[in-house]
Structure formats: structure tokens, C-alpha cells
Design a binder for this molecule. Structure first.
Ligand code: ADP
Ligand code: MG
Length: 310
């Protein structure tokens, strides 16, 4: 008798996984910091998906959880609950050694303070080389990669300078080159232009855009700068540790043949169907605890509850 006579149970039916094709997925992500007896909920159920090759801006007020999100995606900090995946790595289930590997190879991180990215006594060339020694890259490949990055970031002539001999914008270019040394799939930058003047900030942003296109590296950049967020296809806003809205931009050609950028703001709905109504909308119609929802053929209406009992 052959084993084919065994009848197997049908395979379990599962809902398609949220963000299955995305490079980065956060779902109901929670990070609680315990400081003394006080709990701070830095992330309170954040949802986000980012596709390979995208460049997105993350905006939000100070304290809204932007740096916490980036530290988690960089593998520096661990989430309290929820789901977070980058490439094939589950950030809640990584072992220590996997985390080291992930930080070395999958993500590049540019920190908030320009100087904290750099080693004061090393030259630009030595700093770019350093991450590749950690991954035991052969010396010839290291030299080639360093030369390529110095060229791509326009800092060849600064290769033998130390951070103290570089301007803020130049330091940021070196920091980006260091972050890209091991060919990460994702480049995370936390307010890289925060300490720079407007022109230099635009220049650094141009560099991020350029490496995004040149290397296909997926870029997440936290910024306060409204002109910067105006130059990406997607801006994600975080409020109180959650994604509250997304602005998508596309170029369109008008009847006059001119191209212009159209920006549309979207509210973000989580998997349970929750949507946050912006404060100005709520105030305009005095929407409070209870609202009336109605399904129309192609939209949903939300009305104030007019039959409030005293
Ligand atoms: P953002 O980068 O948007 O300004 P953060 O992610 O740095 O916000 O911080 C979000 C919240 O978490 C803030 O209330 C902040 O005070 C708190 N927080 C951040 N890091 C820590 C920490 N290590 N310990 C305690 N609270 C923290
Ligand atoms: Mg921050």
C-alpha cells in the first residue's frame, strides 16, 4: 500500500498577511517606556507599510514617537507589542546575534545629531571602511566600495579629512556614505537636516533622493522641514504614537500642457477599521463621543449625533 491513500486535512485557510509584499511592515506597533513608576506610551498601535524603493518622509510634533519608530526599525530598540518586519526579519523575534547581523547588513542609520554619526579621530575614508571590517569584507572590495561612495556622495576631495574639518552638510554626506557601506536595503535618517540651514538642508535631501534612485535603497526620513516633505511621493504623519494621515503626491499634466504636483491627504484606517477624524473637522461639526455613520453607494457619511439625551 502506498502513502497516497492517506487523506490529508485541507490546508488551513488564512487571510492574506497584512503588507505581505512590503519591505517594511508595522502593525499595531506598541512601545512603552518605563521610567520609574511612570509609563510613557511612545507608540500606541502604529500601522505602516513601505514598499521596496520608496522614499517617504515621516513628520509629526516633537514627542510623537518618530525617533522611537526609527530606533525600532533600525534594530536598536525592541517593540513592546505588535508586529514589525523589515525585509525577512521579524523585529520582535530576533535573537541577539540576528539583531547584530540585521544592524550590520539590512539597515543603515543616520542619527539625529550630526556629530554622533562620526568618529572624531577618523578620516571620512576610514569611517566608510569601518562598517565593512565588521562584516569581514575583503580589503579589495572595501577599497572599491569606499571609492564608489566617496564619488557618489561628492566627497572624494574630503576623503582624508576628519569630522572637525568638515562642514555640517559635508559631515552629513559622510554619515550617509557610512550608513550605505554594507549595501543596506533600508536607509533610515532621523532629522538629518535638523541642524542645517535651508540651502544645506535642501542639498542633503537631494543626496538622499539621489542614493534612493542610484542604489534602489528604500529611504525613511524623519523631518520637520515642510519643504523637504513636499519633495517626496508620500508623507506619513504620526500623532500620539499612531499614523494619523498620509499625503500622496503625483504629477499631472493639465489641459494647458503644464505639469504640476497634486497633493492629496488621506486618513489612515487601521485593520480594525478605525479612522481618526482631524480635530478641525470634529470642531467644525461639533462631533463628539457619538456620531451617525451611513453607508452610501460610493462613500460613507459621518454626521453629528443630533438626538443627544440631556
Ligand atoms: P519624537 O522623535 O517624535 O520627538 P520620541 O520617539 O523621541 O519622539 O519620543 C516619544 C515619547 O517617548 C516622548 O514622550 C518621549 O519623552 C518618550 N521617550 C522616548 N525615549 C524614551 C526613553 N528612553 N525613556 C522614557 N521615555 C522615552
Ligand atoms: Mg526625535
Amino acid at each position: 500500500m502506498s502513502a497516497t491513500s492517506l487523506s490529508l486535512p485541507p490546508p488551513p485557510r488564512r487571510a492574506p498577511e497584512f503588507g505581505r509584499d512590503a519591505l517594511i511592515v508595522c502593525e499595531s506597533l506598541v512601545r512603552i517606556y518605563q521610567s520609574g513608576s511612570v509609563e510613557v506610551q511612545a507608540l500606541q498601535g502604529l500601522d505602516l507599510t513601505v514598499n521596496t524603493g520608496e522614499m517617504i518622509a515621516v513628520v509629526g510634533a516633537s514627542g510623537s514617537g518618530k525617533s522611537t519608530l526609527l530606533s525600532i526599525l533600525a534594530g536598536i530598540d525592541a517593540p513592546t507589542a505588535g508586529r514589525a518586519r523589515v525585509d525577512r526579519w521579524d523585529l520582535l523575534a530576533m535573537s541577539r546575534s540576528e539583531r547584530v547581523e540585521f544592524r550590520r547588513r539590512t539597515v543603515g542609520f543616520v542619527r539625529q545629531q550630526t556629530a554622533s554619526n562620526l568618529v572624531p579621530y577618523l578620516t571620512a575614508r576610514q569611517m566608510i571602511d569601518l562598517p565593512m571590517t565588521a562584516t569581514r569584507t575583503p580589503v579589495r572590495q572595501r577599497r572599491e566600495r569606499t571609492a564608489e561612495l566617496l564619488d557618489a556622495l561628492g566627497i572624494e576631495r574630503l576623503a582624508d579629512r576628519r569630522p572637525g574639518q568638515l562642514s555640517g552638510g559635508q559631515q552629513m554626506r559622510v554619515a550617509i556614505a557610512v550608513a550605505l557601506a554594507n549595501r543596506p536595503r533600508v536607509l533610515l535618517a532621523d532629522e538629518p537636516t535638523g541642524e542645517l540651514d535651508t540651502d544645506t538642508s535642501a542639498e542633503v535631501f537631494g543626496v538622499l533622493r539621489d542614493v534612493n534612485r542610484r542604489y534602489g535603497v528604500t529611504v525613511l526620513v524623519v523631518t520637520h522641514d515642510p519643504t523637504v516633505s513636499g519633495r517626496v511621493e508620500r508623507t506619513v504623519a504620526i500623532r500620539d504614537g499612531r499614523t494619523s494621515s498620509e499625503v500622496l503626491r503625483r504629477t499631472a499634466t493639465g489641459a494647458d500642457g503644464d505639469t504640476h504636483v497634486i497633493a492629496e491627504e488621506y486618513a489612515v484606517m487601521d485593520r480594525a477599521g478605525r479612522v481618526q477624524i482631524p480635530r478641525d473637522f470634529r470642531e467644525a461639526l461639533a462631533l463628539t463621543r457619538r456620531v451617525r455613520l451611513a453607508l452610501e453607494p460610493d462613500h460613507v457619511t459621518i454626521r453629528p449625533d443630533t438626538e443627544r439625551d440631556g
